[in-house]
Design a protein around this ligand. Structure first.
Ligand code: NAD
Length: 293
């Protein structure tokens, strides 16, 4: 039976380390890291994410700032908010909560985030550097960074291994593949047009799945002994749950756990790592700003 990769515990450990570093920074230079979040509109899910990011900041001693703009804000107003935080020396991370309302061009806004405060790692210059050999991005997107951190902290070597990433989104799949490659894995990306996805996935020693389809990856997609990082967060009906639904991953956990050597649960796997990596990126940014690296 597979070992469970406990993302909740690992994220907690990382948050403890960050709290320690923040307090050392306060002692050394009298400053703490600052994270600014720009939220446009009133999507319930976005509000929840922003609230938990702010709470996580406060718990480790990172100063959290934010601006909530109304849904009907103009592109210029959003740009001005980003610019204001770009220019604020107490802010080391500027994050624009996605998705933005339809009438606002996401590309334009993300391009405006200062690359040395781009803690989400979504600026094209940071993604470009991530994709190039011999170049270093200032920041790596949080969710894929969290996946790699789970592998490292679980003692799973990537060097020379066969890895399959399922999904190729800008925020998870594509950067996860680039990161695995940087760790010297041999990487294949499987996506919605891939033929024989099962056969390709069955070759993998390491599988990272970021699709958004409940139980897409069945037991017979997996090689015995493989390691599975399941990024998917999918609601499925559950009359036994108070909310009427529960969350499952992309990978059929019951089947997979009988075949693979280690697997992340959903919830409690990758999810908690994303915010931990956001805190880590913000801390790194502040350390750079104060010459502490
Ligand atoms: P997305 O919709 O942007 O991308 C999905 C990708 O899956 C696409 O590249 C598509 O080509 C691929 N795909 C779709 N159907 C497929 C199929 N049948 N076979 C193979 N590939 C297929 O989604 P995303 O933003 O990358 O998120 C993916 C999942 O990860 C979602 O469930 C999301 O909720 C979750 N997620 C979790 C976290 C976290 O844990 N913190 C963060 C981001 C996303």
């Amino acid at each position: 039976i597979a070992a469970v990769i406990d993302g909740k515990a690992i994220a907690q450990e990382i948050r403890g380390e960050i709290a320690g570093e923040v307090s050392r920074m306060r002692d050394a230079v009298g400053k703490v890291p600052g994270l600014a979040v720009v939220l446009v509109g009133a999507r319930k899910d976005s509000e929840t994410y922003v609230r938990s990011k702010k709470k996580a900041c406060e718990e480790v001693g990172i100063k959290s700032l934010g601006i909530d703009l109304p849904e009907e804000s103009s592109e210029d107003e959003v740009l001005r908010a980003v610019m204001m935080f770009n220019d604020d020396p107490s802010v080391h991370g500027v994050l624009v909560q996605l998705p933005l309302p339809q009438h606002i061009c996401e590309e334009k806004i993300l391009n405006a985030v200062s690359i040395d405060k781009d803690v989400d790692g979504f600026h094209p210059l940071n993604i470009g550097r991530l994709a190039m050999q011999g170049r270093e991005p200032l920041f790596v997107p949080c969710t894929p960074k969290g996946c790699i951190e789970l592998l490292i902290r679980s003692g799973i070597d990537m060097m020379g291994k066969r890895a399959v990433v399922i999904g190729r989104s800008n925020i998870v799949g594509a950067p996860a593949a680039m990161l695995l490659q940087r760790h010297n894995a041999t990487v294949t990306i499987v996506h919605s047009y891939t033929k024989n996805a099962e056969d390709i996935t069955r070759e993998a020693d390491i599988v990272i799945s970021a699709v958004g389809v409940a139980n897409l990856v069945r037991g017979d997609w997996l090689k015995p002994g493989a390691v599975v990082i399941d990024v998917g967060i999918n609601p499925v009906e559950d009359p036994n749950s108070k909310r009427g639904y529960r969350l499952v991953g992309d990978v059929c956990y019951e089947e997979a756990s009988r075949i693979v050597s280690a697997i992340t649960p959903v919830p409690g796997g990758v999810g908690p790592m994303t915010i931990a990596m956001l805190l880590s990126n913000t801390l790194e940014s502040a350390k750079r700003a104060y010459g502490l690296t």
